[in-house]
Design a protein around this ligand. Structure first.
Ligand code: AMP
Ligand code: MG
Length: 413
């Protein structure tokens, strides 16, 4: 049996980021970029107006005020997207729209609201400083700069930036295809009629959703019966994937054959059993060279082990550097029993109430009680050496979804 930290570092040492693929930026959201994105030119490319108004020489407006209006002659109109043809000389102005390039000679903008137009003349009632309301060429991005470095996570802002730079196709890390296998003679599939002594395969679906939640691609191999031949056949079918995840068949039961299959020629078992609860009988190894996670069968165990080990591994394969869930420290409102020697992951619900976090465990912590996961948004992590923890103790809570980032009421109004 190995410790949680050892198991995690072994797995993360064993998997590597996948290669790159070229995708359109609209398919790049949430992916990790595999190249440096350079700016091929300044953004904005030219000095341009930040307001609708008049482009002028600032010196001409120095004396302007409500009681001392200055009159300038309008030499041309410059809508956005057009090229100025005239030079602005003393006593002259060009009508200009937001985003239009600044004409030669002009060095300031007077806003529309500080002017009145009369035919080809404009009257200015406020002074404007040089550079006022002008967006300078390159003020957003300088040509040649690395704007998005390799390894960044692509969010809508990065997608917009790449569009600004004229990059429609880019290289990102591939997403692993993950084959999901459920094992057990007691299982039927979701749309089959379960007889009273059969149960519906839920792990297949929770595990596939966990794969998708990481941004990886799940494929469903189905249910393997508790026979070595059937397991071997399903593992074979799973070889088209980059990673194989199974659940069940890794304990000490007479029909738990996953470990045996993983020890056959061509496969390799790296370790079995991690000092944790739930999730102790985890197997990690390689099946014909593909990383293999043999998760325990109990629905909570399979999800918690996925969360601790499979998720960071898939994120690493997709090129992410932030592989771990955020944790917070919270004061317990109840006692929790604990077995020394095992890291416990206790399902709990955390919320933010009256300026502090509040936490309650989600009831029966049996590894078959899937409802304890349904109600949870966090896992209280009780370290291996801890004995009981008591009401009032401060504990570490791993947040397993984004629920604490969202609220039902606007918090800023
Ligand atoms: P095992 O480790 O194979 O003995 O599985 C332990 C228990 O987990 C079984 O008795 C089932 O009740 C449950 N179980 C195993 N696989 C699944 C599955 N795919 N979906 C739901 N429950 C499962
Ligand atoms: Mg089983």
């Amino acid at each position: 049996m190995i410790r949680v930290a050892e198991a995690l570092s072994h797995i993360l040492g064993d998997v590597q980021p996948l290669g790159l693929e070229k995708v359109h930026i609209l398919n790049a959201l949430g992916r990790v970029i595999g190249e440096n994105i350079h700016a091929s030119r300044d953004i904005p490319p030219k000095d341009n107006s930040a307001m609708d108004g008049y482009a002028i020489r600032a010196v001409d407006s120095l004396e302007a005020g409500p009681t001392n209006p200055v009159r300038l002659r309008i030499v041309e109109d410059i809508p956005a997207g057009s090229v100025p043809r005239k030079t602005i000389g003393p006593g002259e102005a060009a009508r200009i729209m937001t985003g239009a390039p600044l004409p030669v000679g002009a060095d300031a903008i007077v806003r529309m609201e500080d002017t009145t137009r009369d035919g080809e003349w404009v009257t200015i009632s406020a002074p404007s400083r040089a550079g006022h309301d002008i967006r300078m060429a390159g003020e957003d991005v300088k040509g040649g700069d690395v704007v998005i470095p390799k390894g960044e996570l692509l969010r809508p802002a990065e997608i917009g930036m790449m569009a600004t730079l004229g990059r429609s196709f880019i290289y990102v890390h591939q997403r692993p295809v993950v084959a999901v296998i459920s094992t057990g003679d007691e299982l039927v599939d979701i749309d089959e009629e379960p007889s009273p002594w059969k149960i519906i395969n839920s792990n297949g679906y929770s595990n596939m959703s966990q794969v998708a939640d990481c941004g990886a691609i799940p494929i469903y191999i189905g249910i393997a019966r508790d026979k070595k031949e059937d397991l071997a056949e399903k593992f074979n079918a799973a070889l088209r994937a980059d990673v194989i995840v199974s659940s069940g068949g890794v304990s000490l039961g007479d029909y738990d054959f996953v470990k045996d299959v993983i020890q056959e020629p061509g496969n390799r078992m790296h370790f079995w059993q991690v000092a944790m609860r739930p999730g102790k009988p985890l197997v990690y190894g390689r099946v014909h060279g593909k990383p293999f996670f043999g998760l325990p069968g109990n629905p909570v165990s399979s999800m918690v082990s996925f969360e601790q080990f499979v998720r960071p591994a898939l994120l690493k394969m997709m090129g992410h550097v932030n592989l771990y869930r955020q944790t917070i420290r919270v004061i317990l409102g109840e006692d929790i029993a604990k077995t020394p020697g095992l890291t416990h992951f206790v399902r709990a619900c955390v919320d933010w109430h009256d300026g502090r976090y509040r936490i309650v465990t989600t009831g029966d912590q049996g590894s078959g009680i899937l409802k304890s996961m349904v109600k949870a948004n966090g896992l209280i992590v009780l370290p291996e050496d801890a004995t009981a923890v008591r009401k009032g103790d401060e504990v570490t809570v791993q947040l397993i979804d984004h629920s604490l980032c969202m609220t039902s009421e606007p918090q800023y109004l």
